[in-house]
Design a binder for this molecule. Structure first.
Ligand code: TTP
Ligand code: MG
Length: 355
């Protein structure tokens, strides 16, 4: 029998900051950019969430919702250390770990001998150890179905453990809103609602044929999940496929010269993040314009060279800018790894800095 645990830290960046400054614990705090400089919120503690503060919200807006919100700058190096420490703990229980981001991972404990092989006990032990050894809380979910383990870890957040024992999947699913299923975003939810579907139970009532007829492949997947027959395997190793960096500017860049000037610093930040064994299949750029539209451009790197060039970035960036010729508020540069040189590393959820 497959046994999957999904673990997700509670308000991760903010939790690390509260651990290091316990005096902040009872105040609303966030980690993010400066409100006066177009910063955005990375995350906030649960206290701040009561005011409506959320990830990805403009820091200035967060301050309006919660005027006494303390916004701390992100310290990625520190969060990466905690993320690695979490992974070290996971690896004492199973080698089959699929990290999804710095603070989130699936663990397949089907063959683990720890805690008599009980996923519930392993999840409990991991939660206690992370709290004791790393000083932060994580929520966990366990199920024989991968997607249900993820839904379960969110079920009693923060600091919760939800186990859906074998045999309990169907009753749990029946009352579950389709909005909780992975891959069902607001657009799909609307389409489903249009067909009278809000719960997984409704999906089963409509039946597989009708779901496929109306919604195609995603309809089939939604049906399988609703019926509890979508197992999914934990992908043991996650290879990083691309690396990119970006900057949002205080003042929009209004000319090609302005953009040209900013590029070298961006490229050197990108270089700093790349592994030594470099081999790339393409390089790409991104521009966000003052009207919030965005343009990305990519060019393949020939098999003989395998390396990106500064001139290549400049050419792409200018071509992207010429597509609209509007002031630019954000520039980004990145590379995609050749498949033979992808390197296993956690995908970073946040690598954008202000400059
Ligand atoms: P999440 O796990 O999505 O959020 P969280 O851990 O802060 O809160 P929750 O208790 O709901 O799990 O993301 C993990 C970290 O990734 C988060 O602490 C900060 C970072 N992050 C961003 O930088 N920007 C974002 O938009 C999001 C969603 C997360
Ligand atoms: Mg989290």
């Amino acid at each position: 029998m497959q046994k999957i645990i999904h673990i997700d830290a509670d308000c991760f960046f903010a939790a690390v900051e509260m651990r290091d400054r316990p005096a902040l614990k009872n105040n609303p705090i966030a980690v993010g950019g400066d409100p006066g400089r177009r910063g955005v919120i990375c995350t906030c503690n649960y206290h701040a969430r009561r005011y409506g503060v959320k990830s990805a919200m403009a820091s200035a807006h967060a301050k309006r919702l919660c005027p006494h919100l303390l916004i701390l700058p992100p310290d990625m190096a520190k969060y990466r250390v905690v993320s690695e420490q979490m992974r070290d703990i996971f690896s004492e229980y199973t080698p089959v770990i699929e990290p999804l981001s710095l603070d989130e991972a699936f663990l397949d404990v089907s063959n683990s001998d720890c805690a008599a092989g009980s996923a519930t006990l392993i999840a409990q032990e991991i939660r206690q150890r992370i709290e004791r050894e790393l000083g932060i809380n994580v929520s966990a979910g366990a199920s024989q179905l991968k997607f249900l383990a993820k839904i379960a870890s969110d079920w009693q957040k923060p600091n919760g453990l939800t186990v859906i024992p074998p045999g309990e999947e169907q009753p749990f699913l029946r009352r579950l809103s389709v909005s909780k299923l992975p891959g069902v975003g607001p657009v799909m939810q609307n389409k489903l609602a249009g067909a009278g579907i809000t719960l997984c139970e409704d999906v089963l009532n409509i039946g597989l044929n009708s779901m496929v007829f109306r919604f195609g492949a995603i309809g089939e997947r939604i049906f399988k999940m609703s019926k509890g027959i979508e197992f999914g395997a934990v992908a043991k190793h996650s290879a990083k496929k691309s690396v990119s960096v970006e900057s949002t500017f205080d003042h929009d860049l209004s000319s090609a010269d302005d953009i040209k000037q900013r590029l070298p610093q961006l490229i050197s930040r990108l270089r700093a993040r790349l592994p030594d064994s470099r081999s790339f299949s393409s390089q790409f750029v991104k521009i966000k314009f003052s009207n919030f539209t965005q343009k990305t451009m990519e060019s393949r790197i020939g098999a003989s060279s395998k390396h990106f060039s500064d001139e290549g970035f400049l050419r792409l960036m200018l071509a992207a800018w010429h597509s609209q010729k509007l002031p630019a508020r954000l520039l980004g540069v990145g590379v995609k790894m050749s498949s033979a040189h992808q390197f296993g590393q956690l995908e970073l959820p946040f690598d954008s800095v202000k400059s």
